[in-house]
Design a protein. Structure first.
Length: 454
């Protein structure tokens, strides 16, 4: 049975001020209802400002990154009416499409537009916090071209990557909200609301497919309805059926002039925007001769990819890629950090990989230093020196020098074995010469004795 899935995804834009007023957007760090004004609390008669240009530019860039055409006709801001305590004006402002007919990962993007976030209502206490009210959101609507929860997860991961590449969405994460719609061959479309994470989307779809298939098996027809995803229980629950569907009574907002996007604006944004993660991945394979798999992992974060390119100028890219993928990503994942958050600099990695290449430290030490680097980003050489990690290497040198000294001074060895203990001092002296005094004489003596026992 063929499964068809589509998404509507909302993400907060990282502007300093709200969409239709100048209130700050740092709603998480301040007391409830402090970043508010008459506009974002929907006071009667309050006049909204024209839409925040930074938010418009961000949506244009996101639309271009998703390979959309940008709409050239005037784009009206509409009022979407519904009643809920988080929406004091009784309507949410939402633009008509800014971008259309895009594509990501082979999945069509129907449209990309701008919206304002409502406030935050707590049904338990009955309190509403309007700090979030009026924060700009981008909404991305996909074509129903996804056919499994796994494919949905892949698509969403790629989308998050693209959004983070633009740097135009909130860095702290956890602000993505989505609705998904799913239908199984022959059945009606079911919409699922309240999904807040990629994992949540995957679980909701898994649950819904099982639920619908079980109904079909029992001969029950799937009816068109809207369901809510209950994150904690990982299930969906009926919200309303088609008969109860909401009528949002959309009208253009008479207080706000339509957005008009010029060709110059589009070109200006196109020129300044980053290469897409996918294009970067392909270029890495081509330019540096690294594997597709490594390229994909390295391109998963823009800062990580940029660091790789800097390192690859000085270190064999294939060796660098292996370290980035196997070690650096492992350590970052273990510490639950992005590369940018870790504070590691490309120079640190160059220094570390050069020390390994020059045989100053072992691979094992290199891995250990990388683990330390994540919590204390500083010169790897300093880390190696402060922890005496070079000594591991010098022990090898000492051992090698001891072996050489024994091989080269057969007479002294013979004398020692014959009972002349002072012959040992001669061999120790030879080892000290070979190691340029970097060895510890007591250790050398011990080593020589051990070697001569067998
Ligand atoms: Zn305001």
């Amino acid at each position: 049975m063929k499964v068809t899935i589509g998404f509507e995804i909302h993400e907060q834009l990282a502007t300093k001020t709200k969409l239709f007023c100048n209130c700050p957007t740092n709603y998480r760090e301040v007391k409830p209802n402090t970043n508010v004004c008459e506009v974002c609390t929907g006071m009667p008669g309050a006049k909204p400002f024209p839409p925040n240009q930074k938010a418009i530019d961000a949506v244009i860039e996101i639309a271009l990154m998703l390979n959309c055409e940008i709409v050239k006709e005037p784009i009206y801001i509409q009022r979407k009416h519904y009643d809920y305590p988080d929406l004091p004006s009784g309507y949410q402002r939402t633009s008509l499409p800014i971008g259309k007919n895009g594509e990501l990962n082979g999945i069509g993007i129907w449209e990309v537009h701008l919206e304002e976030d409502p406030g935050k209502y707590d049904p338990v206490t009955g309190r509403v916090d309007y700090n979030r009210s009026g924060i700009p959101l981008v909404e991305i609507v996909t074509a129903p071209e996804i056919h499994s929860p796994e494919e949905a997860r892949e698509f969403l991961k790629e989308l998050v990557k693209v959004l983070s590449y633009t740097g135009k969405v909130r860095k702290e994460g956890g602000t993505m909200r989505m609705d998904t719609n799913i239908s199984i061959e022959g059945g009606a479309r079911v919409e699922i609301k309240n999904i807040n994470s990629i994992k949540g989307a995957y679980k909701a779809l898994k649950f819904e497919i099982t639920r619908q298939k079980n109904l079909i098996k029992r001969g029950i027809k799937i009816k068109r309805e809207t369901r809510a995803f209950l994150e904690e229980q990982m299930i969906t629950r009926a919200m309303r059926t088609k008969e109860q569907a909401e009528d949002y009574r959309y009208i253009p907002d008479p207080d706000i002039p339509p957005i008009v996007i010029s060709n110059e604006k589009i070109e200006e944004i196109r020129k300044a925007m980053p290469e897409s993660p996918r294009a970067k991945e392909l270029r890495f394979v081509e330019q540096y001769g690294i594997s597709q798999e490594n390229a994909k992992i390295i391109a998963s974060e823009l800062e990580l990819a940029n660091a790789f390119e800097q390192v690859a100028k000085q270190i064999d890219p294939r060796i660098a890629a292996t370290w980035f993928r196997d070690e650096l990503k492992r350590v970052l994942a273990y510490n639950n950090l992005t590369f940018a958050q870790s504070g590691i600099k490309p120079e640190h990695i160059v220094e570390l990989l050069k020390m390994i290449k020059n045989d100053e430290i072992t691979q094992k030490t290199g891995k250990k230093v990388l683990e330390i680097l994540v919590s204390q980003p500083k010169s790897p050489r300093k880390i190696v020196e402060s922890l005496g990690l070079l000594k591991i290497k010098s022990e090898d040198i000492v051992e090698k020098a001891v072996e050489e000294a024994i091989a080269e001074n057969k007479q002294a060895v013979k004398d020692y074995l014959a009972g002349k203990t002072e012959a040992l001092n001669f061999i120790v002296g030879q080892v000290m010469r070979k190691t340029k005094g970097r060895a510890e004489p007591k250790e050398v003596l011990k080593l020589i004795k051990e070697k001569l026992k067998c």
